[in-house]
Design a protein around this ligand. Structure first.
Ligand SMILES: Cc1ncc(COP(=O)(O)O)c(C=O)c1O
Length: 399
């Protein structure tokens, strides 16, 4: 019996830094401060009307007021399998799909499905802040694989191989990436997939930003390019980012049949079915066309270019042009040690605190993503706020 009030596993979970910064910015705004937040990881657009209308109709149908299968509505699983074929060129059965309470739940359950005590999970930095926590909860060991601006924030096979041990069980792979905005190209994905297959390493591939790629970058799904990985691959996805549906909480996994069955059993004791109305909204989303996301992508693209130009123009700051998702991940190492806002800045944590305090600008320091010296700026906000917020940062640093 342990002696602590909290279990060691739950007691060791770090709070989500990105949700914390968003909450803090909202709180200051509510107090009347003119805060501009670059912290949010969600589209600033409303969910498209046809999706909302499907949900309204679903509310009125009493059959949706009842429990439904724990692994998801049959018609939604069919539509997700079809959507996976359309968008990724990957042939899957509806029985391989498990509908989850958002992408975060998909990540958590996928890790629970394959990670045992002492298993190591490779996580390239900068990582989405949620990845290490469910690994720890499962008793596993997150092993970070460092990347930097020099490699375009992409891990190579050599980087992964250097971190591999006999206990390496899985790799968490994400492209387009939150927080770096990096998009792996076809050859890079093939190389990593083949390496994982050769070494019997599971790949959890997070495809939630699949439709947000810019310029001539293209999204590829690893199991579609490397079929030999399919038996050890779990695809994670959801409607949140593609259809501006973060609050609806619908995600899914596409997994080998045995894993999908095990995840359905887990979910049957854990959450039961995902909210039926939200599932029907997701059904309208995934079975409709992609015009809404194409329209949003145009706005994101314009803001991406504006943000990149401003951040990269700050003396001492280096910013790669983001290739996907809706984040820029500039490097601030060139301004460390400087006096900014009357304070000596040693870390990006210091910089974020001074920016919020003195410029009323919120962004997430790289420490939250395992990459100190960097920071994440979301460009999922209106053009005026984006311009004004970045001007404040420019003035704060280059004054
Ligand atoms: C890389 C990545 N994966 C998964 C998710 C989960 O999204 P949700 O739980 O809102 O569906 C997010 C959200 O920020 C994300 O950035």
């Amino acid at each position: 019996m342990s002696t602590g009030r909290l279990s060691v596993r739950v007691g060791s979970i770090a709070p989500s830094a990105t949700l914390a910064i968003t909450a803090k910015a909202k709180e200051l705004k509510a107090q009347g401060k003119p805060v501009i937040g670059f912290g949010a990881g969600e589209p600033d657009f409303p969910t498209p009307d046809y999706i909302v209308e499907a949900a309204v109709a679903a509310c009125r149908d009493p059959k949706n007021h009842k429990y439904t299968p724990a692994g998801g509505l049959a018609e939604l699983k069919v539509a997700i399998a079809e959507k996976t074929r359309r968008d990724s060129g990957l042939q899957v059965e509806p029985a391989q799909v498990v509908v989850t309470n958002g992408g975060k739940h998909a990540v958590y359950n996928a890790i629970a499905a394959v990670v045992d005590s002492g298993d190591e999970v490779l996580i390239p930095t900068p990582f989405w802040t949620t990845y290490p926590e469910p690994v720890k909860l499962a008793g596993g060991v997150p092993v970070t694989v460092e990347t930097s601006i020099l490699s375009g924030f992409k891990a190579s096979v050599a980087d992964l191989e250097a971190a591999r041990t006999p206990r390496t069980k899985a790799l968490i792979f994400v492209s387009p990436s939150n927080p770096s905005g990096a998009v792996y190209d076809r050859d890079e994905i093939v190389a990593i997939g083949e390496w994982a297959a050769e070494n019997d390493i599971w790949v959890l591939t997070d495809e939630i930003y699949e439709h947000l790629v810019y310029d001539d970058n293209k999204f590829f799904s690893m199991p579609a390019l490397v079929p030999e990985i399919a038996e050890r691959c779990i695809v994670l996805n959801g409607v949140a980012k593609t259809y501006a549906m973060t609050g609806w909480r619908v995600g899914w996994v596409v997994a080998p049949i045995d894993v999908a069955k095990a995840l359905t059993s887990l979910q049957s004791h854990q959450t039961s079915n995902v909210n039926n109305v939200a599932q029907i909204a997701a059904l309208a989303a995934v079975s409709g066309d992609l015009s809404a996301v194409h329209e949003m992508r145009e706005h994101f693209d314009r803001r991406r270019l504006a943000m990149h130009a401003k951040l990269d123009g700050i003396v001492g700051v280096e910013c790669l042009k983001p290739q996907g998702a809706f984040y820029a991940f500039p490097n601030f190492e060139g301004v460390m040690g400087q006096q900014i806002g009357g304070q000596k800045i040693e870390t990006t944590l210091d910089l974020a605190a001074v920016a919020l305090d003195q410029a009323n600008v919120a962004f997430v320091p790289g420490e939250a993503f395992g990459s100190p010296g960097y920071a994440r700026f979301s460009y999922a906000l209106g053009d005026d706020d984006l311009g004004e917020g970045l001007d404040r940062i420019v003035n704060l640093i280059n004054g």
